[in-house]
Structure formats: structure tokens, C-alpha cells
Design a protein around this ligand. Structure first.
Ligand SMILES: [Zn+2]
Length: 330
């Protein structure tokens, strides 16, 4: 079965965008982790949900060369499938939306997400992936689904620990990934618990090449990252321009060292602009143009054109394409 899976080429696989499936080869330059509409109790005053402003932000990013944005706002955090579709149609930029759930801090006490069984959690993810996304954050079966399907499953863990509820949500995400072949992108808090997350997902039968670990560059530990890459998971870095954490030069050092260690094909880049203060259209910065206009020219200088293109286009095409499931291969 493994052999049969490898026989399928990247070009045969689809990435699911809010406007439907596209060939992974047509993804182009991809911001592998960002946010267009967001509202969470963890970031009061930082919500953004203005279609016009978010469209302007993405249009500006497109002018720098971005052709796909992976929008990883999960269930219950202000996700807006209707607005993502409108934005994608207006800008021509592909939007890959997320199902799944965040870490505990993003749900208010009493949220249905905190009380739901693994079965219900998984059922909601499968509906998003296969039928279309629920148009709001409530558990109301009477609302018609938005036609936009989710293309990636989100999960998350806390700082230094995976809570029992986070564990349930990881298991639900794993189930949905096994059933559909959809990739699973997991939020790590300051890069912690990475091996534990991979262990858990491996135990649930998720192939390593379906797993993307987000925010690892918040803990830029080369040996740790090389170990994780050697396990076959994908590492997503998303702090370009986040000067409050560290200068870009240190992120460039990390990427250069990972490439030198032979892990080029395991790296993705995004911006993770998850606060209105980070977006030009809402009066902040670095803004969605930062990746291509400011960071990538320096990246090309460090690792060369071809390696930079792999991180921006080739790797996302593999990481976000849905795998054939066991049933489809057999
Ligand atoms: Zn994020």
C-alpha cells in the first residue's frame, strides 16, 4: 500500500481551496500560514473581519508575487468561509481554509468545542472537508453549509503541555486526516511539545508526511528541528518581520543551517498575521507584503533562487495536496 501511494505523483494530487480543488502544481508562491478573518477571546481588541480591508491586504500581497494563502483560522475563532470566497474571487488569490480546532486558550469557557466528544469533533471536521464549511462558529445544525470546503485540518497544543481536551481534538483531527488524506497543521506554543505531538499523531496512524508543525521558529533550535525533519514531518516557520521576537537575520541563519543539514524539502514559510496590529490595511505592520517584498530577497541571497522557490512553491504543493487514503489506493 505504501508503494502504491508513492506511485501517485504530486501533479495528480489536488489542493482544496475555498473555490474548489486545484492541481497542486498550480499553487505557486504560497504563504503557508496566515489569517484573513479572526476573532478569539485570547486576543481581545485584535479581531479583524472587514472584507474590504482584508481584500486590500491580499491584493497588495498578490502584487508582490503571492498566489496562495493558507488561512488557518479554525472552527470557533471567527472563521468566515463566505468572506474567504468573496476575497478569493475578488483578488484571484487561492485561499486554502482550515477546519479543526485551536489550543484551549482560544475557546471561552462554555464553548461547545470544550465540551464536545471526539466523535462530534471529528464529525464537524469531516463535514467541513467533504461537504462545505459551517458558516458560523455555533453548533447549529439548521444553518446551511457554505459551499467552500476546508483544505487543511488545524490542531493545537499549549505551552509545554498537551491538555486532555487538546489531546481529544488532535485525535479528532487525526481521524479526519486518515479518512480524507487531508494535511494536518498543528500549532505549537513557542515551539514546545513538537515530538509529543508527532508521537500522538503517529500513534493515531497519521503518515508523517501529512503533519505540519507550525511556529517552530519561535524556538530556533537547529538540532531539534533537524531531528523533527528527519522524522518526515514538515516544519513551518512564520516569524519574518516579527522583530519583537528576533531579527530576521537569525531566522535566515536557521533556514540556511536547515538547508545545509539536508532538510530543504521539509520547510514552509508563512507570516501568521493573527492580530489586526500586524496588518497594513488595519493600520499596523509588517503586513502581508513583507514575505515577498522584504524577507524573500534576503532569503534568495542566503540559499539561492532554487532553494527559495522550493520553500515557497514546491514544498507547499506537496504539503497541502491531499494524499490518497488507504481506501482509494487499495
Ligand atoms: Zn496562526
Amino acid at each position: 500500500m505504501q508503494g502504491a501511494e508513492f506511485a501517485v505523483t504530486t501533479h495528480d494530487r489536488s489542493v482544496i481551496t475555498v473555490r474548489g480543488p486545484i492541481s497542486s502544481a498550480s499553487l505557486g508562491v504560497t504563504d503557508a500560514h496566515d489569517h484573513l478573518f479572526l476573532r478569539t477571546p485570547a486576543l481581545p481588541g485584535q479581531e479583524f473581519d472587514d472584507l474590504e480591508r482584508s481584500t486590500a491586504e491580499v491584493r497588495a500581497a498578490r502584487s508582490t508575487g503571492i498566489s496562495t494563502v493558507v488561512e488557518v483560522t479554525p472552527i470557533g475563532c471567527g472563521r468566515r468561509p463566505d468572506l474567504m470566497r468573496a476575497l478569493s474571487e475578488a483578488t484571484g488569490v487561492n485561499i486554502v481554509a482550515a477546519s479543526g480546532y485551536h489550543r484551549d486558550a482560544h475557546y471561552a469557557p462554555g464553548s461547545w468545542v470544550m465540551d464536545a466528544s471526539v466523535d462530534l469533533l471529528a464529525e464537524r471536521i469531516l463535514a467541513d472537508l467533504q461537504d462545505g464549511m459551517h458558516p458560523n462558529d455555533w453548533l447549529d445544525p439548521d444553518w446551511p453549509l457554505d459551499p467552500a470546503r476546508a483544505g487543511v485540518i488545524k490542531a493545537g497544543a499549549s505551552y509545554q503541555r498537551i491538555s486532555d481536551r487538546e489531546r481529544d481534538r488532535l485525535v479528532a483531527g487525526a481521524r479526519a486526516s486518515r479518512r480524507t488524506g487531508a494535511p494536518l497543521l498543528v500549532h505549537t506554543e513557542v515551539g514546545t511539545c513538537a515530538h509529543e505531538i508527532v508521537d500522538l499523531l503517529q500513534g493515531e496512524g497519521v503518515p508523517q508526511n501529512r503533519v505540519i508543525l507550525a511556529h517552530l521558529d519561535r524556538n530556533p533550535d537547529l538540532e531539534l528541528h533537524a531531528d523533527l525533519a528527519a522524522r518526515g514531518v514538515t516544519l513551518e516557520y512564520d516569524t519574518p518581520g516579527r522583530i519583537k521576537y528576533r531579527p530576521d537575520s537569525e531566522l535566515l541563519d536557521l533556514i540556511e543551517a536547515m538547508v545545509a543539514a539536508g532538510h530543504l524539502d521539509r520547510l514552509l514559510l508563512g507570516l501568521d498575521l493573527g492580530r489586526r496590529d500586524y496588518l497594513h490595511a488595519y493600520g499596523g505592520g509588517p503586513g502581508m507584503t513583507y514575505l515577498m517584498a522584504t524577507f524573500v530577497p534576503r532569503l534568495r541571497g542566503r540559499i539561492g533562487e532554487a532553494a527559495a522557490d522550493a520553500i515557497l512553491s514546491g514544498n507547499p504543493a506537496r504539503a497541502f495536496a491531499w494524499s490518497p487514503t488507504e481506501g482509494q489506493v487499495a
